[in-house]
Design a protein around this ligand. Structure first.
Ligand code: MG
Length: 204
């Protein structure tokens, strides 16, 4: 399986990073070795001093597809989960400055936190309006809603499938809303989708 992540998919987040709002989706990838499941603790790597949380809705692909038309994209996923795209922001900025690929800052071990529970899309009221949030030590630090995405779920699936064949079990991280920030040892992170707690783990 592969992990595809959308970057800069919320205007307020693009602005907080002083990035341009893109006119087509930006995507990058993480290897399967990046996955962190079962609410296991996240260990801050010793080579970063600015490790950021990015809470994101995650689509699980349920059917193989290539060149998927947007109007058929809904047939290619059944479930949505919650994840964190952990990012070594200090390293990422250095790479961007030099025009180098982002992998070192984005694709490292444990950088793709994923919820054990996925919600079936038929159990969500409205896919265009899925609320989600991240609490750090009991305080809400990121508050998102799929209605704030620049590129919606179906558009993302269609766009990615022009370039990559999507396979069953592939995960698409759909971008993070504003409020990204650093984690430090001892932090307690909890992620919620539609008021259901799907993530609950410690930073070590
Ligand atoms: Mg992200």
């Amino acid at each position: 399986m592969k992990i595809i992540c959308i970057g800069r998919n919320y205007v307020a987040h693009a602005k907080e990073l002083k990035s341009e709002v893109p006119d087509e989706p930006v995507f990058f990838m993480k290897p399967d070795s990046a996955l962190l499941r079962n609410n296991a603790p996240f260990y801050i790597p010793d080579w970063s001093n600015d490790l950021h949380h990015e809470i994101e809705l995650v689509i699980k692909i349920s059917r193989i597809g290539k060149n998927i038309e947007k109007k058929f994209a809904h047939r290619y996923f059944d479930e949505i989960g919650l994840g964190i795209d952990f990012t070594a922001r200090d390293i990422q900025y250095k790479l961007i400055e030099k025009g180098l690929p982002w992998e070192k800052s984005k694709a490292f071990d444990q950088s793709a936190v994923i919820s054990n529970t996925f919600i079936n899309k038929t159990d969500l009221n409205d896919l265009q309006s899925i609320p989600f949030k991240l609490n750090k030590n009991g305080e809400t630090v990121q508050n998102g809603n799929s209605n704030l995405m620049i590129f919606g779920i179906e558009e993302i699936i269609s766009y990615i499938s022009k370039y990559l064949t999507l396979k069953i079990g592939d995960l698409i991280y759909t971008g993070t809303p504003a409020g990204v920030g650093p984690v430090t040892i001892g932090d307690h992170l909890e992620g919620f989708m539609d008021d259901k707690k799907l993530l609950d783990f410690m930073i070590k």
